[in-house]
Design a protein around this ligand. Structure first.
Ligand code: ADP
Ligand code: MG
Length: 376
């Protein structure tokens, strides 16, 4: 691995890390101002960083093509950056736009969060830059402010109209807990989740089908939800109560109904999941996960053959429940399993993929890990 010194001719001032995430339940609810329940992964994007006094941003990633991208302050302001460097550049641009007096930096990234796998490597990358800059330039911003800055960076300067879940998860999650987040006012509660203590495992199965959120499908779904809210005379679909769902659906054109049904029932699934965790029954999450997948497959229509197969194969092999996680169109599936069935479930899913002629999934186990932090 290329060292910071070899790249930039000096040592870093420090190293920061920000995790990827899986969302247990609450998919496509964040941009409808509803509820989500993510956990942070042990996998992180790490950045070694040092301030520069000339306003330049120099960027290298161990997952990139080996080159150093060098941007002047003018390049940053003009937004002419291309490729992966758009993400870190976007965060610095968002900081400047918000009036923070920050300068340049040498940044070197390394990561074990797979990209485009629905595990939110993009937010991890953004949040790593946000916490590093906060420390390097003594900004003293809170986690929530940094998450909002990172989201704004991705929305405005990368062009992905994502909600706030990924950045809030990467910044605010804690080891041993799921983050119960209300995306309307960003009030959040750490809900204790000790999977191992409950004799459970959470399998994260990357189907290796790459999604691409920038490809327009996500933006179309989001626009559909906003149109439905407008027709209902509401600021966001979050305002439709479960008890008022049928009445709301009767006022909407056919093509918008499944979207609304997913969002409203998914919000209810998040609340029921949190109630189960509060009651000390994490195993009870299983059927909620599987019902969430059915809703994403049949109503929201963001699953694909591989994610559907992983869910079916996991449940058939004894998983308590399974669902796709992330925006969809590929990416990863999570499965909640009893500890002593973890290997058999993973083996069955791998076998089912082989039989169907799909590339083998990458499967690992996850426990709720820490949010973004300085590591040295
Ligand atoms: P996801 O967030 O689900 O992983 P996205 O499409 O939102 O998928 O973001 C993936 C993009 O983030 C990559 O194509 C790349 O541009 C950028 N990225 C993530 N991690 C890294 C990294 N370690 N080095 C360089 N770019 C990265
Ligand atoms: Mg992303």
């Amino acid at each position: 691995m290329t060292t910071f010194h070899a790249l930039y001719g000096h040592q870093p001032e420090g190293e920061w890390a920000a995790p990827g995430r899986v969302n247990l339940i609450g998919e496509h609810t964040d941009y409808n101002l509803g509820f989500v329940l993510p956990i942070a992964l042990a996998q992180t994007v790490r950045v070694q960083a040092r301030r520069r006094t000339d306003g330049r941003l120099r960027l290298h990633s161990a997952q990139g093509d080996g080159t150093v991208t060098e941007l002047t302050a003018e390049d940053l302001a003009a937004g002419t950056v291309t490729g992966w460097a758009r993400y870190p550049a976007a965060v610095v641009r968002a900081l400047l736009e918000a009036g923070h007096r920050v300068g340049g930096a040498d940044l070197s990234f390394d990561s074990d969060v797979p990209t485009g796998a629905g595990l939110s490597s993009s937010a991890a990358l953004e949040c790593a830059v946000a916490v590093a800059y906060d420390d390097l330039y003594g900004l003293g911003l809170g986690e929530q402010e940094l998450a909002l800055l990172a989201q704004r960076a991705e929305n405005r300067f990368v062009g992905v109209p994502c909600g706030v879940m990924d950045q809030m998860a990467s910044m605010c999650c804690r080891a041993g807990a799921a983050l119960y987040l209300d995306t309307r006012d960003l009030s959040a509660r750490q809900v204790p989740l000790d999977l191992a203590g409950a004799g459970l495992r959470l399998l994260v199965m990357d189907t290796r089908v790459k999604h691409d959120l920038a490809d327009g499908a996500y933006a179309q779904l989001r626009a559909g939800c906003e149109r439905a809210a407008e027709l209902l005379g509401l600021p966001a679909l979050r305002e439709v109560p479960l008890s008022g769902l049928d009445e709301a659906l009767s006022r909407l054109p056919d093509e918008l109904r499944p979207l609304v049904r997913h969002v409203v029932t998914e919000d209810d699934r998040v609340r029921r999941a949190v109630a189960l965790l509060d009651a000390g029954d994490p195993a009870g999450l299983g059927p909620i996960l599987t019902a969430g997948h059915a809703s994403l497959r049949d109503d929201y229509r963001v699953s694909c053959a591989e994610t559907d197969l992983a869910v079916v194969a996991a449940v058939a092999a004894g998983a308590l429940g399974a669902r796709m996680t992330g925006g969809g169109f590929g990416g990863s599936v999570i499965a909640l399993v009893a500890a002593d069935t973890a290997e058999a479930v993973a083996g069955s899913v791998t076998q089912a993929f082989r039989s169907a002629g799909h590339t083998a999934p990458a499967i690992h186990q996850a426990e709720p890990a820490s949010g973004a932090r300085r590591v040295s």
